[in-house]
Design a protein around this ligand. Structure first.
Ligand code: BGC
Ligand code: BGC
Length: 670
């Protein structure tokens, strides 16, 4: 038996693949492969067949009723495209590696701006440059001749339009999960879409509907919760906010953008929380824990799904036909398109950045090929001509992309700068948008400890504000903020934000108090209280993976600072900035009050809103946030709601309030 057939039959030898794989097998056998990117005798591995039983997966009810007029348009358009134009539709290049002029030769269907990509290769480009670049790409695509198909520009607007200097930046998903408020999510989606429309992009690679199960993972903060319940509650709402409500005239119109549910499937379930790793769990668990967010996203009409870098049971998702095609498209009825992740196809066995028929065959409709798009274009074209990629599969991918572009009304759109809201740079970080973000901050804070009613603080006293997070927009914003990892930036890159210190200062000064910033906690006049803001330095995917979740081992000096202040008889309020729960029992024991503030984004003022009472002592805002992640009892504990022997320090759902004060006392530091 050849390896190819063995792959389809699986280890048991039982035929468990699907109709399409059989066609592929026939297709591969009939055509002599002739592909420049690989040696003549190296066989193309078949699309991997994981052991999936589509019939046990749920069907979903996509929000969009099949529209026969639109489908006829799709078919007409497809008929008019040359094979080159079709290949162009399924390849996406990054703006750092493609110039508008390239579109005169290459009929690509999409571009993206990745985490470190910005106009003129300048992370700090001003909003006007983004819009000008969108116009330049539009013009070049228009000028090529042939059949006009609009170009889609995708960007990672994952907590606001976060690559843009001056945009409103919301708390990262982990904080939003604590708010448990789908209506808030809808508003955040709307605001984000409006700010994207200002700079002329069409599509965001959000929301992540990841369910992070092991907090060593550096993308834990992109996950709303370790439990699917909140993820499912939110996914549909945020999609509706971004895209508009399906079935209404505003759907994908008037300041709405395309959304992406990512990363399909099981990105948050990898062993040891390794980024891009292997999720080794039974099929039922994959379905029950990791799928629910996709169901509500699809039901809300999400138009794109991004494949995950990770594997399930050793099979890379980018090559997993059973999950991408048999489950997502056929069983669940998803009729938008599947986009690959950043060179994600290159990780499929037998593939490279430049060549991967396997991913197309498996069901990826658009390959994210940031840097090697030219080579991939040439190879994919040759592979279709040689029959290594069945023409029917190419057509199906292109149909899906055209369907989305037609649905979004893109064929009728003028230049980006002439579209609704475009060029309204005043809307970036406008007061109304910032108010939504500030409310999100208030709702996301979780009060872990408040002994002796330390909080709220009186606003008319003298407050010391210490810690290296106190006046740091980068630390409070985290990764995916102006730059990919959230590094190489400083406060001046956030012209519309307010640091946590600035928010505290504003609040106390308005009530006749004083606030002094002292990063190292030193003082000459003894303060009435110290607010110490500390936590993780910014990071994003991969680089944020941790060997340990004991905070002290990452940054021991903060514990010393807390102890020093305590020893001086100062009341200590800790505000902990982090992209995940970390073992912080020593820090909690050294604080009178302890707030998990996650990565709140640009609206630092939302923290002061909760820490201080009104001048008359009455409560201005009570805490509402409740943990959407279990807080660990010991270093490296991997603990999730509904575990058989569930023993966290603070359980899922925990969160103190002013209304019901409770003392914690000293916790065991084991
Ligand atoms: C890009 C990111 C991308 C990453 C993947 C970076 O250079 O800017 O968008 O996710 O590479 O390796
Ligand atoms: C990330 C995606 C992101 C893409 C584009 C990848 O490395 O995994 O989440 O959308 O880059 O920047």
């Amino acid at each position: 038996m050849t390896g190819r057939i063995q792959g389809l039959l699986g280890q048991t030898g039982k035929l468990h693949c699907c109709r399409a794989e059989m066609l592929l097998l026939i297709g591969l056998t009939l055509h002599a492969p002739l592909v420049p990117a690989r040696a003549q005798d190296a066989p193309i591995l078949p699309a991997a067949a994981s052991q999936v039983h589509p019939e046990i997966w749920p069907k979903s009810a996509p929000a969009i009723i099949n529209d026969s007029k639109l489908e006829a348009n799709v078919a007409n358009l497809l008929d008019r495209l040359t094979i080159e134009e079709k290949i162009g539709q399924i390849i996406q290049a990054d703006i750092v590696h493609i110039a508008p002029d390239d579109l005169r030769l290459y009929p690509l269907g999409s571009i993206l701006s990745g985490g470190n990509s910005a106009p003129n290769n300048n992370d700090y480009a001003v909003p006007r440059e983004w819009l000008a670049l969108a116009d330049a790409f539009y013009d070049a695509n228009r000028a090529r001749g042939g059949t006009y198909v609009p170009l889609l520009w995708g960007t990672d607007a994952i907590h606001g339009h976060n690559n843009i200097v001056g945009a409103t930046i919301f708390p990262h998903n982990i904080g939003l999960g604590a708010a448990r408020d789908p209506e808030l999510m809808r508003q955040i989606g709307q605001v984000t879409a409006r700010e994207i429309a200002v700079t002329g992009e069409d599509w965001t690679f959000a929301p992540a509907v990841s369910v992070a199960r092991d907090d060593h993972w550096g993308r834990t903060y992109e996950s709303y919760s370790e439990d699917h319940e909140i993820v499912a509650l939110y996914a549909g709402a945020v999609v509706e906010g971004l895209q508009g409500k399906a079935g209404t005239p505003n759907f994908l119109r008037n300041g709405h953008v395309l959304a992406t549910a990512k990363h399909f499937l099981g990105d948050g379930g990898t062993q040891h929380g390794k980024d891009q790793g292997d999720t080794r769990i039974p099929e039922e668990e994959l379905r029950d824990i990791h799928l629910p967010g996709y169901i509500t996203a699809i039901e809300a009409g999400v138009q794109t799904v991004m494949a995950s870098y990770s594997s399930w049971q050793g099979v890379k998702m980018h090559g997993d036909r059973a999950l991408l095609t048999d489950v997502l498209k056929e069983r669940m009825g998803f009729d938008g398109f599947v986009v690959g992740d950043w060179n994600g196809h290159a990780q499929v066995p037998g593939c490279s950045k430049e060549s991967c028929p396997q991913a197309v065959i498996a069901g990826i409709d658009m390959l994210m090929a940031p840097d090697k798009w030219k080579e991939l274009y040439a190879n994919t074209l040759a592979q279709v001509k040689a029959g290594d990629i069945p023409m029917a599969r190419l057509d199906e991918a292109v149909e899906r992309i055209l369907r989305v572009k037609l649905r979004a009304g893109m064929f009728d759109l003028p230049r980006p700068s002439e579209r609704p809201l475009a060029g309204r740079f005043d809307l970036l970080g406008t007061a109304e948008h910032r108010a939504v973000a500030r409310r999100a901050v208030r709702q996301s804070l979780v009060l872990l400890k408040n002994d002796n009613k330390t909080l709220p603080l009186a606003p008319d006293r003298h407050v010391l504000v210490a810690g290296d997070g106190a006046d740091s927009m980068p630390m409070q914003s985290g990764g995916w903020s102006i730059t990919w990892q959230g590094t190489n930036i400083s406060n001046h890159n956030f012209p519309n934000g307010q640091s946590i210190f600035a928010g505290i200062k504003e609040a106390v000064e308005a009530s006749g108090g004083t606030a002094r910033l002292s990063t190292d906690g030193s003082f000459t006049t003894k303060p009435d209280a110290a607010v110490v803001v500390f936590g993780e330095e910014p990071y994003a995917e991969t680089k944020g993976d941790r060997k340990t979740t004991a905070y002290r081992d990452l940054k021991g000096k903060d514990l010393e600072l807390l102890r020093r202040l305590k020893a001086a008889g100062v009341k200590v309020v800790s505000v902990f900035l982090s992209g995940r729960p970390l073992w912080t029992t020593p820090e909690i024991n050294s604080s009178d009050a302890f707030v998990a503030a996650w990565l709140p984004g640009t609206e630092g003022g939302g923290i002061a809103d909760l820490l201080f009472s009104r001048p008359d002592g009455s409560i201005a805002h009570d805490f509402q946030g409740r943990l959407s992640f279990s807080w660990p009892k010991y270093a490296d504990q991997v603990v999730n709601r509904n575990d058989p022997s569930y023993d966290p320090l603070f359980p899922y759902g925990y969160g103190l309030t002013y209304a019901e004060p409770r003392d914690l006392g000293t916790l065991a530091e084991k």
